[in-house]
Ligand binder design. Structure first.
Ligand code: PRP
Length: 187
C-alpha cells in the first residue's frame, strides 16, 4: 500500500503506485486549458462532461478556461457489459439543450478501446454543431479497438488499471488526488 493513502478510511491495500501525481495533473490541466482558450478565443464553447469519470477533470479544466462556456452533462454506458463489447453505447442521460450551431467539446477521463467516444462523437455530430472536439485527461492508445484520436490529450498511459482523479474501480477510488495503478488480484 502507498504510504500517503494509508490513513484513508478505505481499504487501499491494492494501490500499487502513483502513476501521475496531483502536481503533474494540475500542471497539464492548465496547459490544456490554455491551448483550448487560444483555439476558441472570442467564441462560446459548450463543454459536455461525460459522467461519472470525467467529473473531477471537468471541474478542474473549466476553472482554468479563459472563455465563455456552457456546461452540459451526459451519462452513457456500454451495451453488454462483462461480455464482448459491441461498440454500441446507450445514452442514459442526454444533454439538456440542443447543441446545433455550437462549438462543442466532449470532456472525458479516458479513451480506452475508443468505442464510447467514437459512437458519442458520431451521435452528437448528427445534431449539427458548429464544431465538435474531444478532450481527455488520459489516453491508452495500446487498447484501441476502433480508430479514434482525441483532440486534446493530457497523458498517454500504458495498459494498466488506473484509478483516481475521477476514475473508479467498482465505484470506488474516484476521489484520489493522483492517478494510481490498481493491483488486480485474481481470486
Ligand atoms: C469509461 C470512461 C469512458 C469509457 C472509455 O467509462 O469514462 O467513458 O470508459 O472506454 P472505451 O474507450 O473503451 O469506450 P465507464 O464506463 O468506466 O464509466 P464511468 O465514467 O462512470 O466510470
Amino acid at each position: 500500500m502507498i504510504e500517503k493513502y494509508s490513513f484513508r478510511r478505505y481499504h487501499m491495500e491494492n494501490i500499487k503506485k502513483v502513476l501521475i501525481p496531483e502536481t503533474d495533473l494540475k500542471f497539464r490541466v492548465k496547459e490544456l486549458a490554455q491551448e483550448i482558450s487560444r483555439d476558441y478565443k472570442g467564441e462560446t464553447v459548450t463543454l459536455i462532461c461525460i459522467l461519472s469519470g470525467a467529473s473531477v477533470f471537468f471541474a478542474d479544466l473549466v476553472r482554468e478556461l479563459d472563455l465563455d462556456v456552457r456546461f452540459e452533462f451526459m451519462s452513457v454506458s456500454s451495451y453488454g457489459s462483462g461480455t464482448v463489447s459491441s461498440g454500441e453505447v446507450k445514452i442514459l442521460k442526454d444533454v439538456n439543450h440542443p447543441i446545433a450551431g455550437q462549438n462543442v467539446i466532449i470532456v472525458e477521463d479516458i479513451i480506452d478501446s475508443g468505442c464510447t467516444l467514437s459512437y458519442l462523437k458520431r451521435v452528437l455530430d448528427q445534431r449539427s454543431p458548429k464544431s465538435i472536439k474531444v478532450c481527455t485527461i488520459l489516453d491508452k492508445p495500446s487498447r484501441r479497438k476502433v480508430d479514434f484520436k482525441g483532440d486534446y490529450v493530457g497523458f498517454e498511459i500504458p495498459d494498466e488499471f488506473v484509478i483516481g482523479y475521477g476514475l473508479d474501480y467498482d465505484g470506488r477510488y474516484r476521489n484520489l488526488r493522483d492517478v494510481c495503478v490498481l493491483e488486480i488480484t485474481e481470486d
